[in-house]
Design a protein around this ligand. Structure first.
Ligand SMILES: [Zn+2]
Length: 75
């Protein structure tokens, strides 16, 4: 499976712009949400393998940082 965004109309994909790809999560609940979001974007039933950063809001990305220890200094 080539590493590419699962959103077919992704302009990052079309323009071959380098951007961060996020692998689909293993947690079933979250994975289902990813599949639904990608299916909606593609207009047909689709499986999310990778989704690029283009489709996440800043708030979505920041929430990932909650996995870090609270006292970690980010420089
Ligand atoms: Zn994309």
């Amino acid at each position: 499976m080539p590493r590419r965004c699962s959103v077919e109309q992704c302009h990052i994909l079309k323009n071959k712009i380098k951007c961060t790809l996020f692998k689909a999560p293993k947690e079933v609940n979250i994975l289902t949400a990813w599949n639904e979001a990608v299916s909606k974007a593609n207009g047909k039933s689709s499986i999310a393998h990778y989704v690029c950063q283009n489709h996440f809001s800043a708030a979505d990305l920041i929430s990932v940082n909650n996995n870090y220890p609270g006292d970690l200094n980010v420089c």
